[in-house]
Design a protein around this ligand. Sequence first.
Ligand code: ZN
Length: 138
Amino acid sequence: MSERSERTMRGIRPARDPDTWGFFDAAADGRLVVGECASCRAVLHLPRPYCSGCGSFEVGWRTVAGRGRLWTWTTIHQSLHPAFEAPYTVVVVELDDEPGVRLAGSLPGEPDLEIGMAMQARFDPLEGGGALPQWEPA
Ligand code: ZN
């Protein structure tokens, strides 16, 4: 297990819209979730107000383990937002328990990464409350 790299994210306030607030409410509790159809149990990623599989408007959230495999990454060398001090590395991780579902996150600096390596979610606190799911090597 790597040293945790949790940091407070400044200047980020997730939009409180009905399609995504469940994701951020769960993150505030330290849980990672993906959208789910309440009728046919299909994963709805990205979250949306209806199921494109069965047409149901009964949607909710499924808690996932918060573990995955590194799909890809890139290192950013220019800061464009105060929450992301360069250099930082943007990662895309495919969930172990939901293959095909990929979530993005970031790590400070230029960590030593390898495609397919084990990753785990962490929850960086947001200035003003809540948390933003991020990823780090497991
Ligand atoms: Zn459905």
